[in-house]
Design a protein around this ligand. Sequence first.
Ligand code: ADP
Ligand code: MG
Length: 346
Amino acid sequence: FDDDVDATIRRLDRETVDRIAAGEVITRPARVVGELLDNALDAGATSIEVGVDGDGTDRIRVADDGCGMGRADARLAVERHATSKLAPDGDPVGVETLGFRGEALAAIAEAGTLELCTADGDTIGTRVTVAADGEVSTADAGRGRGTTVTVTDLFASRPARLASLSAPRVEFAHISRLVADYALANPHVAFRLVHDGSRTLSTSGTGRTDALFGVYDRETASQSTTFDATVDIDPVTVDLSGVLVYPSISRSTRDHIRLAVNGRPVRAPDLAAAVRAGYGRLLPDGRQPIAVVSVDIPPDRIDPNVHPAKREVGLRDGDRIAEAVERAVADALTGADLRRKAETAT
Ligand code: ADP
Ligand code: MG
């Protein structure tokens, strides 16, 4: 039978399905930066530099000093559904439940032109280039251990996507915000952001207070306290940690409450509300704190079904975690000598 020819509904071929899926995830230049930062962190980088030209569609480059890849892995890395991040049972490991699985580099390569230059420190380095037509080529590259991914001409073949982007200033602001979120969530990694050749952000990788200094300024860093708490949320243990800026400095929006789960910046309105609640009456109505709160939690407590592009996260026992966050923030601020700090601020 060949009834299909009369039907109106058509099956999409595999390539089209892939393109649509990739298009959903790589929606704007900041998404590329986020995926490349996830990979650099997964590779154990201690230093990461992000370079951006214009709004990011011209060029995004992320260079790390992580474990790098040998030749065979470098070639596989750009293939869809190729991942090194599998648990012994063959399931994708927890940290990647916040991202998507073995698809990021392939999706980015479909949305733009991708070059990966990598070395594992033992063998000669490899440069893998995926051209606009999907053609993959490989060459030797001399370099130290680590990986540099360069993406150029993002969305050049997708005029609709390109047209949907905001003004370059706004697209770069998304990138800048994201790099700051990552830097604050990973205070032991040094981050640098270079835009059109000028350094716009830099952290030293020497702890939370220094990260605050790098993202904000000396004054903000000096008016802050770090905290750590371990709480039992039966049946698991959750680690809460972060840095809280004293209420002598505040903002009018919640944008400066930064949250991370297992080292990845996330949007979690309930947790942000819990942080604000922890400040209680220390802040006047309508004022919001500058605060970074990290939640470290066994990966199976994270709901993997939340769409990765939204950077939202669902946590099992979210209410109890929010309560614990509120208490940890309130305790940390009670322990701090706020009055003296407020005085030295003026
Ligand atoms: P995923 O991160 O979900 O595995 P990706 O497409 O982002 O999928 O990456 C594919 C694979 O390429 C990773 O599993 C990893 O082995 C390798 N890889 C990607 N980026 C890096 C990097 N910066 N350093 C080392 N290995 C990397
Ligand atoms: Mg990845």
